[in-house]
Design a protein around this ligand. Structure first.
Ligand SMILES: [Zn+2]
Ligand SMILES: [Zn+2]
Length: 222
């Protein structure tokens, strides 16, 4: 078992999509590294300049992370944005997509490849685990598998997981019936968030995959 396999198995131990969870962890670590170590790094500054301060998702995520961590605080991120604003006022333009989008797409790609390649040895752990691959990542993995039997097995497991999720969601909804005199269990309560995560994934990766393709760079400030 290699490190990636261990990492993938570990992220299956919790509810939700294991791929999304690992991309999320990666993004968090990237942002923390930038804020901890590199706010004055010319390379980091250039990267922020090129996309005029990150896409909305990553920009707000970065600020939230900085403010929620007392070791970080707003200083590092302010220094970076001070530089971006100066650059913009001098006529700087956005020429590239957000670099965190780029990095997290690459990470996601590597994880999907690794998951698909190692599926024969991961599939049993996946079956037993409480995790459910989100719809998009499930489809991406399915597309990468050429072994028909393995494909079939994965789709059966996925279906059973979703059927169990539906049961939990149904009994959660039932608890709202005034005739039902019991409070929802923790598992039932979690069913809603898990269902949303299945359809939409976690808030990670590129801001909006569709919009990215037809993006027009903003006009220069006059
Ligand atoms: Zn996912
Ligand atoms: Zn981004």
């Amino acid at each position: 078992m290699d490190i990636i396999e261990i990492e993938l198995k570990k992220s299956m131990e919790e509810e939700g999509c294991p791929i999304c969870r690992l991309v999320e962890k990666f993004e968090k670590e990237e942002i923390e590294t930038i804020l901890y170590e590199h706010p004055n790094d010319p390379e980091v500054r250039k990267a922020f300049q090129k996309s005029l301060g990150l896409c909305p998702r990553h920009a707000w995520k970065t600020l939230k992370l900085a403010l929620s961590n007392p070791l970080l605080g707003p200083h590092g991120i302010s220094v970076i944005y001070e530089d971006v604003l100066k650059w913009y006022l001098k006529g700087g333009q956005s020429t590239e997509e957000c670099f965190l989008c780029k990095l997290s797409s690459e990470k996601e790609e590597t994880l999907l490849e690794s998951f698909s390649e190692r599926l024969p040895s991961l599939i049993e752990s996946y079956e037993k685990s409480p995790s459910i691959l989100c719809r998009r990542h499930y489809e991406e993995i399915l597309n990468r598998i050429s072994d028909e039997k393995l494909k079939e097995k994965l789709s059966q497991i996925q279906r059973r997981k979703l059927e169990r999720l539906l049961k939990r969601l149904e009994s959660f909804v039932d608890t709202f019936d005034y005739r039902v005199e019991r409070r929802p269990s923790e598992k039932e309560r979690r069913a809603l968030a898990e269902t949303i995560e299945f359809f939409s994934g976690r808030e990670v990766g590129p801001e909006c995959r569709e919009r990215r393709r037809e993006k027009k760079w903003p006009l220069k400030l006059r």
